[in-house]
Design a binder for this molecule. Structure first.
Ligand SMILES: Cc1cc2nc3c(=O)[nH]c(=O)nc-3n(C[C@H](O)[C@H](O)[C@H](O)COP(=O)(O)OP(=O)(O)OC[C@H]3O[C@@H](n4cnc5c(N)ncnc54)[C@H](O)[C@@H]3O)c2cc1C
Ligand code: SF4
Length: 551
């Protein structure tokens, strides 16, 4: 049987674009700290920095006002944010000790939960594994959470720049001196058009990379500084929808099994978001074996199952979106997450606990620790790698690493398939991670060969199930058609590889036309699956991409 090896068709990272040794431009904006990405990690970092600065001022310290900038690629805060989400509120309590849970931007407390094993027509309830208990947590929309955190950050004096994607790190020797944003207003050939605006340089004593999953800047910094990890990072793609329903959902639901094939790792979720809204999605590891597997289509099929159908029928699709999740866990964490004038936080590092599908509170707490390390470094007037390595120590001694160590091999066990993996994961849970505790080797996702199976036919009905084109419309994506492509296609892309990309991409960016690949770049919703398995994703003009509201 013929196979495709995705890595054979991938380009290396464009390091010459991502790491620049140019001196900053004369008009550069000067900051103390610049944070790339206004997700929960970046915003928690900014808020904690303002708290520390205020406390220092009150105590008569001499550091003075801190200039903090957060640069975000989305046109408005939250528009590129996508999660489940069931939220563990502990980072909120730490960051806002004077507030109550009812003040936080959550939709509702988790009132019950159920896990089901699905076959095509049936749902068998199974005991909830301890890693999936959510009592004391809340459901919410990360778009709303991010907007709320943004308001708090802005109120505390942080400079928030939405619509400013960072294109490159500005470096000198081994130190990061700041960032350069993307230009905007380029035409399809990459030439300045009538709306052209030049890139902006922002220099800073410390740069914090909070760019989320599969960030090209974090990848580039690690490659440049040769920061490795025991295992390569691996990823899953989550495709998600928000629905208005006719009947309320009471419990948080997770499922295993159908519609996934046995040799793919993943599962689905459906969360209540108040009286008449639910969030539902499917998450699938990108090391799956069948080249025709299509995760958007799996979600569409899944909604036809009676378990989901009874809630969705007669309701309305409000929003659609997709995003990757770093799944490698403890063994895929970079050996260090700090360097000369540089810190990395949140999903950019891979702080996600896969068995519980949680990353928000880890992202926020890593941002808080980064703020503490950055503040101490600014106070000491020393932002060297040695001084900032205190951040690694704080994270290593925190509950983030304790949690991730406990579940270190659970995701990796599933490379043996659903049944063997499920059995091993159960024993790992019972033994607190001790059983099968040695590191399981994992290749990177692009190194897993794909079988060329026969594609299955699926025709969306436009009521319960939707095509990729309709889905992109529901993401709010209104990127201008004349934008140059930000996707760097690799070598030897045959018709079969083009077909494979068309299945990987949930947003219909790739099409096979004859034996050629057609790239509809404006459709891209920045999920980054392509960067894991196909053409490289690079930052593009600010405000492009989705406009999520309640993802
Ligand atoms: C389908 C799905 C379900 C999930 N469910 C849950 C859940 O139920 N509970 C939970 O706790 N976690 C869940 N997670 C994980 C959680 O969402 C992440 O761990 C968390 O969002 C990480 O926060 P972050 O700030 O590190 O990254 P992000 O939230 O991804 O934020 C990064 C920000 O950086 C911006 N950015 C990226 N590149 C650039 C650039 N070059 N320039 C400027 N800005 C840039 C992005 O637009 C984004 O706003 C889920 C994730 C997915 C995908
Ligand atoms: S082109 Fe890549 S990053 Fe963009 S939506 Fe498709 S898979 Fe996601």
């Amino acid at each position: 049987m013929s196979t495709i090896l995705p890595a054979r068709h991938q380009r290396p990272l464009p390091l010459d674009q991502l790491i620049l040794r140019d001196p900053p431009g004369a008009e550069a904006i000067e900051m103390d700290v610049v944070i790339v990405g206004a997700g929960p990690a970046g915003l928690a970092c900014a808020i904690e920095l303002t708290r520390l600065a205020e406390r220092e001022r009150e105590a008569g310290g001499n550091l003075g006002e801190l200039n903090i900038a957060v640069l975000e690629k989305a046109g408005a805060l939250g528009e590129h944010s996508l999660s489940g989400a069931v939220v563990n509120p502990r980072a909120f309590h730490d960051l806002f000790p004077d507030l109550n849970p009812s003040d936080f931007p959550f939709r509702q407390p988790v009132r019950g939960e159920a896990v089901y094993f699905l076959t095509e027509g049936r749902a068998q309830r199974v005991p909830t594994p301890p890693t999936m208990h959510n009592a004391g947590f809340y459901t919410g929309s990360i778009c709303e959470i991010v907007r709320w955190l943004g308001e708090r950050a802005e109120g505390a004096g942080v400079n928030l720049f939405a619509g400013f994607p960072v294109d490159s790190l500005l470096v000198e020797g081994d130190a990061v001196r700041g960032v350069r944003t993307t230009p905007s207003g380029l035409d399809r050939d990459g030439k300045p058009g009538s709306e052209y605006a030049e890139p902006t340089d922002v220099t800073a004593k410390i740069t914090v990379l909070a760019e989320g999953t599969r960030g090209p800047l974090s990848q580039a910094w690690r490659e440049w500084q040769q920061v490795g990890s025991a295992n390569p990072q691996i990823f899953a793609l989550g495709v998600k929808e928000v629905w208005e329903t006719k009947r309320p959902l009471e419990s948080v639901i997770h499922t295993l099994g159908w519609p996934l094939p046995d040799d793919a790792f993943g599962g689905s979720f459906m969360y209540p978001l108040g009286k008449n809204q639910v969030a539902l999605g499917i998450v699938v590891g990108l090391d799956y074996h069948d080249a025709t597997l299509d995760i958007h289509e799996l979600l569409q099929r899944m909604k036809l199952h009676p378990l989901f159908r009874k809630y969705l029928e007669g309701g309305q699709l409000l929003e659609w979106g997709a995003k990757t999740i770093p799944e490698g866990g403890f063994h895929a964490l970079p050996a260090r997450r700090s360097g000369d004038a540089l810190l990395m936080v949140g999903d950019a590092v891979g702080f996600v606990d896969v068995p519980s599908l949680k990353g928000i509170h880890y992202a926020m707490h890593s941002g808080i620790y980064a703020a503490r390390a950055a503040f101490a470094a600014l106070q000491a007037g020393d932002t060297s790698a040695a001084r900032l390595s205190i951040y690694d120590k704080m994270v290593d001694e925190s509950y983030i690493i304790a949690d991730m160590y406990r579940t270190r091999n659970m995701r990796l066990a599933f490379k043996d398939g659903l049944y063997v993996g499920g059995f091993k994961a159960g024993l790992m849970t019972l033994s607190g991670g001790k059983l099968f505790g040695g590191r399981v080797d994992m290749p990177e996702d692009a190194a897993a060969p794909r079988r060329l199976d026969e594609p299955r036919e699926f025709t969306p009905d436009g009521k319960l199930t939707f095509s990729k084109l309709d889905a992109v419309f529901k993401s709010g994506n209104a990127t201008r058609d004349t934008i140059p492509s930000h996707l760097l296609v690799g070598p030897d892309v045959t018709g079969e590889v083009a077909d494979f990309y068309s299945h990987v991409c949930p947003a219909g960016v790739y099409e096979r036309v004859g034996d050629e690949l057609r790239v509809n770049a404006p459709n891209c919703v920045d999920c980054k699956a392509t960067d894991v398995l196909g053409p490289r994703w690079t930052p593009r003009e600010g405000g492009s991409g989705p406009k999520y509201r309640a993802m």
